[in-house]
Design a protein around this ligand. Structure first.
Ligand code: NAD
Length: 428
């Protein structure tokens, strides 16, 4: 039987497949630089475990719908796997694989004692009630229960999930094992063992790195401008901390649109507007902006804090920012990375820039395991210290190697993971 449906030769790759190819090409580059043979390269390239689960959901109207969920544990040679849970209509196995690999490198680069994992459910959370989302979370957690746990794999929030999602996960896990296990997740509410300072940790870390990056370029925050793509948990906090440091945040966007204000957006007022309307659109003290134009604005710092693959070979030549700080995971494609590097744009890679979240997740896990709680000031200070120490060490290594921050960071992280494999040896 002949098919009448002919795929165009240049069908674009899905976001997830593009992210997975991007992650693989970064690893290949690092493995080649480190002189690894094919066996070691493959050991690092392939996730240790992948789980795909069906998540049956009874909707509020009685209908049954079956969703798909994933948990990928890329590596656990340095400790339990660690990584977020994403609820998004674009979630695919390839996307989760890419995000899990980046988690491995991030944890190694920041020297937190974890491997990398990621999870996701292919769902648009905006189309479901809170009770339905609770049922999805609980069923998904039950399905992946055999492979998670405080010593195995510890989920955290990501796109479309939050501390309430983590509370449901923690409760489902605890009910199943028969006792309360706070450390099975991080990013949970403080009332059940969450850490003070966790919800702001990723965006505070992005802001620390952005300010350090501007200083490195000889720029003073009070005289700088910035644009932030994404106004969620990471983007909104980053915009607020940058504005507090005196940076004019001229543009922000979300999945519905973008806004611009030449003299800087009043971020607290915008946050209130978004809390009421669900979008940056319609903010009275800013002008509407074409969302794709945000990435090409003449600003000092650009913070992509939304999704993967937004800086591509098409728009990278038009980027005018001097500094890009990757709040999102994987926002820059391999081709765009090369172009930005050639243009002299300083790109701070995701595995450093947005590591504040996993650092304070680590603090949360440590506090939970010891049942001893730190103050918000202690958490913030230790976060800042670890982020800036990692930044300084990366800048110094990159100056030594003459390679970009991303290549240097990936090589450093890959080597740490490979060293753990080599010293442990292979079983059997
Ligand atoms: P979130 O769901 O809280 O917010 C995502 C934001 O991005 C929303 O404002 C959404 O409207 C916007 N968005 C989605 N698609 C967009 C598009 N195409 N253009 C512009 N805006 C778009 O998610 P989050 O937790 O803030 O995560 C954002 C990014 O940061 C993701 O890449 C995530 O993996 C990464 N990250 C998050 C954490 C964390 O602690 N939450 C830690 C490290 C990295």
């Amino acid at each position: 039987m002949t098919s009448t449906h002919v795929l165009p030769a240049t069908e674009p790759l899905s976001r997830g497949t593009q992210a997975w190819e991007n992650a693989q090409s970064q690893l290949t580059d690092a493995a080649q630089s480190l002189g690894y043979d094919d066996g070691l390269h493959q050991l690092l390239a392939r996730p240790r475990r992948e789980m795909t689960v069906s998540v049956p959901l009874r909707r509020d109207n009685g209908d049954v719908e079956v969703l798909t969920g994933y948990r990928v544990q890329h590596n656990f040679s340095r400790g339990p796997a660690k990584g977020g849970l994403r609820f998004s209509p674009d979630v695919s196995l390839d996307e989760v694989r890419a995000l899990s690999m980046w988690m491995t490198w991030k944890c190694a680069l920041l020297d937190v004692p974890y491997g990398g994992a990621k999870g996701g459910v292919t769902i648009d959370p905006r189309c479901y009630s809170t009770r339905e989302l609770e049922r999805v979370t609980r069923r998904y957690t039950s399905e992946i229960l055999p492979i998670i746990g405080p010593e195995r794999d510890i989920p955290a929030p990501d796109i479309g999930t939050d501390e309430r999602t983590m509370a449901w996960m923690m409760d489902t896990y605890s009910v199943n094992v028969g006792y309360t296990v706070p450390s099975v997740v991080t990013g949970k509410p403080v009332s059940i063992g969450g850490s003070l300072g966790r919800s702001s940790a990723t965006s505070k870390g992005v802001a620390h790195i952005s300010l350090a990056g501007l200083e490195h370029l000889g720029l003073q925050p009070g005289k700088c401008s910035a644009a932030v793509q994404g106004f969620g948990k990471v983007g909104a906090g980053t915009a607020a901390y940058l504005a507090d440091a005196g940076v004019r945040v001229q543009a922000v966007s979300d999945q519905y649109g973008a806004i611009y204000a030449e003299d800087g957006i009043d971020v607290p007022a915008l946050t209130e507007h978004v809390a009421h309307t669900g979008t940056v659109n319609g903010f009275p003290d800013g002008d509407p902006l074409d969302p794709s134009a945000l990435l090409e604005l003449d600003v000092d710092a650009l913070v992509p804090a939304a999704v993967e693959g937004v800086l591509t070979e098409d728009n990278a030549p038009r980027v005018r920012a001097k500094l890009i700080v990757e709040g999102a995971n994987g926002p820059t494609t391999a081709a765009a990375d090369q172009i930005l590097n050639d243009l002299g744009v300083l790109v701070v890679p995701d595995i450093l820039a947005n590591a504040g979240g996993v650092i304070v997740s680590y603090f949360e896990w440590v506090q939970g395991n010891q049942a001893y709680w730190w103050t918000a000031a202690e958490v913030d200070e230790r976060l800042k210290q670890r982020m800036l120490a990692a930044w300084e060490s990366l800048v110094a290594s990159s100056q030594e190697t003459g390679l970009s921050l991303r290549r240097t960071a990936t090589i450093t992280a890959v080597k740490r993971v490979a060293d753990a494999h080599l010293i442990r040896g292979m079983y059997p």
